[in-house]
Design a protein around this ligand. Structure first.
Ligand SMILES: [Zn+2]
Length: 302
């Protein structure tokens, strides 16, 4: 069918075959756990300010999981356990309407959002109520952003600096406002299409197809869907298997990263990687090669 082992692995995974035994890294069972109210990991704060990025600005093969429209007390905790099992940090773009107030569901969602923060993920602003901002006047757009910002700050202790526009739609007013308030707007290039194709297999295949094309970027997902959460371990395992082939060829491997790995210069160009970045990539590649070599020996933690 094909001469490339990579394509073979990828097709096998897309077609839903089970990956070889021992591929899934064992759960560490040790959540990152810092106290509520403390800032998220410093690396997540080193994001560019006042910019718009879409996932094509990394200086390496970095992938960021982003989860919108939550939290959801039924699905988000399962996702958090998956991410912990692989030691991956993600960005959650949340809506205040879902986790604020006395409504029992909001109360449960609020507890989950606290847990998202405690486990070291970044909480970003996705507006209070997920409106189409183009239908709102300036005052209403400001309220959508600022009210949500305060709700997030109340839970996490920090003012969010990452913004995901509802429906990916930016207005001229919101652009100017976000810039003034120090936000970077984060779009995406690896689209699971999970609101429309309600299946873990389709989410998985859509992300892998886009990753095949761009080799880096922001994955758009919604942690409010069971099928989206279900696709996450499959996407991670497929990427690690792909890494095995890349490492064997001495190529840079993929890494699940944070938004801080995505930069653009003020002139709009993606800067060249620094020596430190190249060294980090080399260490990653060697570690991955070791993990791949250990696959058959039952050692499964990357
Ligand atoms: Zn959304």
């Amino acid at each position: 069918m094909t001469g490339s082992p990579l394509i073979a692995i990828w097709l096998a995974l897309v077609l839903g075959q089970t990956p070889p035994a021992g591929v899934a890294p064992a759960a560490t069972g040790t959540p990152v756990g810092h106290a509520a109210g403390t800032p998220a990991p410093a690396s997540l704060h080193k994001v560019p300010v006042g910019l718009e990025i879409n996932g094509k600005e990394a200086q390496g093969r970095h992938i960021v999981f982003t989860f919108d429209d939550g939290p959801n007390y039924r699905t988000t905790p399962i996702l958090l356990d998956y991410l912990d099992a692989y030691g991956i940090k993600a960005v959650f773009y949340v809506n205040g309407r879902r986790f604020w107030g006395k409504n029992p569901i909001a109360v449960r969602n609020r507890e989950v959002l606290g847990e998202v923060h405690r486990r070291g993920h970044y909480v970003g602003n996705h507006t209070w109520a997920h409106p189409n901002m183009a239908t709102l006047n300036g005052a209403a757009q400001t309220k959508q952003i600022v009210r949500n910002e305060r709700a997030i700050e109340h839970i996490t202790g920090y003012k969010p600096v990452l913004y995901r526009p509802p429906f990916g739609l930016m207005t001229r007013f919101s652009r100017a406002l976000l810039k003034r308030r120090g936000y970077t707007a984060v779009l995406w290039n690896l689209d699971s299409n999970d609101p429309f194709e309600r299946s873990a297999g389709k989410s998985f295949a859509n992300v892998l197809k886009d990753l095949f094309l761009y080799r880096q970027g922001m994955v758009l997902m919604h942690d409010t869907n069971a099928w989206s959460v279900e696709s996450i371990p499959r996407i991670i395992r497929a990427t690690y298997l792909w890494n095995c082939e890349l490492a064997a060829r001495g190529e840079p491997v993929f890494e699940f990263a944070t938004t801080s790995e995505f930069h653009i210069d003020p002139d709009g160009k993606v800067p060249e990687p620094t020596l430190a970045m190249l060294q980090a990539a080399r260490i990653r590649r060697n570690k991955m090669a070791q993990w791949c070599a250990d696959l058959g020996k039952g050692v499964t933690k990357p």
